[in-house]
Design a protein around this ligand. Structure first.
Ligand code: NZQ
Ligand code: ZN
Length: 389
């Protein structure tokens, strides 16, 4: 385990079915005015809205609603929310939904009392709010397991007019103060959203795993989580209301991206960077964009971290090692990943997400370059797109 770090995470987690009771406890200690943020209305169909409203009423809160947060929330919607939050004088923003709603709420919370151009400062400029700037606390009720937004500082916003999807990871002031995690709340998800969430979890784990080559406790943790995600996914796609599988998936999602696993690790994140650029051009569902490009990306970089890719095959996919070179093992591991993508019904190519070759130059230009085992170039991004068509 190499590297120096400080570990701190302020999010209080409430896991399980007792949402009303948990929410009452969680709301304690925040002021009267609550800005309730949600998406396009799924919470009204599945009854989550009613449970949340009844807890807010019982807690004596004054509620202002801000709805219509779209998947991959837009800058335009962010600007609307900033105004509403400021006018409402919210003491707490309660985000009820998936990653988009929670990311958006953090964006609003960070920006409501910033007097300049928030997009330029926080997302494009990568800066944090000043120490004396007011930040509205955020709490969340999660309805889609995948992003880890319920326990991290991430906030991904899309500037649609300039085709730029940018993730800002805020410091711990913007991490949700609490997260209510009820696996049953994910039962109403359409299958493609459940699967996209599952792949997103796997991708967060791989982005952190495929970097560095020291002997690190973190990598063993990641391997355990990957094995659990694969096992639970196989149950959940056949039996979506299997509580055990859905609860494992929800718990894994939170731990996959709640800052623990990046301790002592440099990370890669290029699959995310390319997928974000694809999202800016197509509005593709985040997890599906990740799935569509992952095998091609890992085939491109595997030679630079062969030992780790061979370990991935051995430990995560249980590929027999006998008679195989490290390179053959690495290839077999990536093949297993590609097979699993098909098996669970995630996207296997970017054409199905609406990507055309005419978009390639734009997508390459919108990709923030970096890397784990290999610092990739614009040509590499183009190759990944070509190989994923
Ligand atoms: O808007 P509603 O009507 O609620 O419907 C949503 C939406 O259409 C629906 N949904 C959510 N929970 C449901 C449900 N439908 C039925 N029953 C339920 N229980 O699912 C659709 C997708 O929701 P969304 O929040 O967009 O999905 P997800 O959680 O995958 O979030 C994606 C966003 O998070 C960002 C992505 O880039 C994308 O913008 N990410 C955030 C990260 C972070 N904060 O750290 C990291 C990730 O890598 C990711 O980049
Ligand atoms: Zn992701």
């Amino acid at each position: 385990m190499l590297g120096n770090f400080i570990y701190y995470n302020p999010t209080k987690l409430y896991f399980g079915k007792e949402v009303h009771k948990n929410l009452l406890d969680a709301l304690n200690g925040f002021g009267k005015k609550v800005l309730l943020v949600y998406g396009g209305g799924s919470i009204k169909k599945n009854g989550i809205y009613d449970t949340v409203i009844s807890a807010l009423n019982e807690a004596g809160k004054e509620v202002t609603e801000l709805s219509g947060v779209m998947p991959n929330p837009s800058l335009e919607k962010l600007n609307e929310g900033i105004k509403v939050a400021r006018e409402s004088g919210a003491d707490l923003i309660l985000a009820v939904g998936g990653g988009s709603t929670i990311d958006y709420s953090k964006g609003v919370a960070a920006s409501a009392y910033y007097d300049g151009n928030a997009w330029e400062r926080f997302w494009l400029g990568g800066k944090e709010p000043d120490a004396d700037q007011k930040i509205i606390p955020v709490g969340s009720v999660l309805t889609l397991a995948g992003t880890g937004s319920e326990m991290n500082g991430g906030s991904v916003i899309t500037d649609e007019s300039n085709k730029l999807k940018v993730g800002k990871v805020f410091d711990d002031r913007l991490m949700p103060k609490f997260a209510i995690l009820n696996p049953e709340y994910t039962y109403s998800l359409p299958k493609n959203q459940m699967v996209a969430g599952i792949f997103d979890i796997m991708s967060h784990l791989m982005e952190q795993y495929f970097s560095d080559d020291d002997d690190s406790t973190t990598d063993y943790l990641i391997e355990g989580l990957m094995r659990s995600v694969v096992a639970s996914s196989r149950v959940a796609v056949k039996d979506p209301e299997n509580y055990e599988a859905r609860s494992n998936i929800m718990w894994s999602a939170t731990w996959a991206l709640n800052t623990l696993l990046k301790m002592g690790k440099s990370g890669d994140w290029m699959v995310h960077m390319i997928a974000h650029a694809i999202g800016a051009y197509t509005h593709a569902t985040h997890g599906m964009a990740l799935a569509a490009i992952s095998p091609a990306y890992y085939r491109l970089v595997k030679g630079f971290g062969l030992h780790r890719f061979a370990r991935f095959a051995k430990v995560v996919w249980e590929v027999p090692t006998e008679g195989k070179t490290e390179e053959q093992l690495a290839d077999a591991g990536i093949d297993k990943l590609a097979d699993w993508i098909k098996e669970i019904g995630a996207s296997s190519n970017i054409s199905s997400l609406g990507v055309t070759t005419e978009m390639f130059d734009g997508i390459v230009g919108a990709t923030f370059l970096g890397g784990g085992y290999k610092q990739i170039t614009k040509e590499d991004v183009k190759q990944v797109l070509n190989d994923s068509l």
